[in-house]
Ligand binder design. Structure first.
Ligand SMILES: [Zn+2]
Length: 305
């Protein structure tokens, strides 16, 4: 990723050439007004920070990107796998119980919040469509990035092999020790867990979250993956890190929106129109909780590490 300090805020940007058509920024924790463990550009509203400070931090981010709040859609993230299809009508909306946002409309920006979990940007240059996902180990366990790819396929006609994925700053294998429970879940979730899990002795493992998300994207057919290789734990002076800051910390923002399209390329017609029948009709693919099976929370009950 490219680090940018040209303006008041310090930001990172993916470098893949096609992503030049996506205005996007991974914000750091630098340049805001919050204090203490939330210093300084915290965008987490439910972490205990002063509300006025969080509002000012949002205003700085929107100003940086030339956005107004009513052009930004966001989500109440729950470490799940629900992906919402976002339209220009969703400005200012907070999608409940959602960890991924996708859109093919340039009039709306997508925003999510992070502190160790991985931001994953998806871009379809053929259909000019965009996705943003929040994926920590629970997201990996529930195939969050795979479901975002599937949603883009259904909604926009995106082909996985044409998608460009950017894996942003996240807790690195250097700083991420997990127990047997998480290791066992990775055994189910990953095509080759041994490439993402490294035994450390004493019933402990190291999880390479970026490798895990990359593996799921590859398995879904995504060929072009740019990895930030930036550990939020090692760089917690620059990023909020749940682990490095011992759970008492803020959230940094990732925001992305499509630039206006000049000429639509050939064959860019979506396979199927996205019909919105009611304000709460979010996505056809919702959380993976088939009737008759225990919920994910029940399955994972003892492992909320
Ligand atoms: Zn690290």
């Amino acid at each position: 990723m490219k680090r940018n300090t040209d303006q008041a805020l310090v930001t990172y940007h993916f470098e893949h050439a096609s992503l030049a058509r996506v205005s996007h920024a991974v914000f750091t924790r630098l340049g805001g007004v919050s204090r203490g463990p939330f210093a300084s550009l915290n965008v987490g509203r439910s972490v205990g920070d002063d509300r006025a400070a969080v509002a000012e931090n949002h205003a700085r981010i929107y100003a940086y990107l030339g956005l107004s709040a009513d052009r930004v859609a966001t989500a109440s993230q729950v470490h799940g796998n629900r992906i919402a299809i976002v339209t220009n009508d969703d400005g200012g909306r907070i999608f409940p119980n959602t960890d991924g946002l996708v859109t093919n409309q340039p009039g709306i920006a997508l925003m999510l919040r992070f502190a160790d979990c991985q931001p994953v940007l998806l871009y379809d240059p053929v259909h000019h469509a965009l996705g943003l996902v929040h994926a920590g180990w629970r997201g990996v366990a529930q195939g969050a990035v795979r479901r975002a790819v599937e949603t883009m396929q259904h909604a926009f006609g995106s082909r996985p092999e044409e998608l460009i994925a950017g894996l942003g700053p996240a807790i690195g294998v250097c700083c991420y020790t997990v127990g047997h429970e998480v290791a066992a879940v990775m055994g189910y979730a990953l095509p080759d867990w041994s490439q993402a899990m490294h035994p450390e002795g004493n019933d402990k493992w190291r999880l390479d979250l970026s490798a895990a998300n990359a593996q799921q994207l590859t398995a879904a057919g995504v060929l072009q993956i740019e990895q930030a290789h930036l550990c939020t734990g090692c760089h917690h002076d620059e990023f909020f890190s749940h682990r490095a800051d011992h759970g008492h910390t803020g959230r940094f923002a990732v925001v992305a929106f499509l630039q206006d399209r000049v000429t639509p390329p050939q064959g860019a017609t979506p396979r199927r129109r996205v019909e919105r029948t009611a304000p709460d009709a979010i996505a056809e693919i919702t959380s993976l909780e088939p009737p008759g099976l225990p919920s994910f929370e029940e399955l994972m009950g003892a492992t909320s590490a």
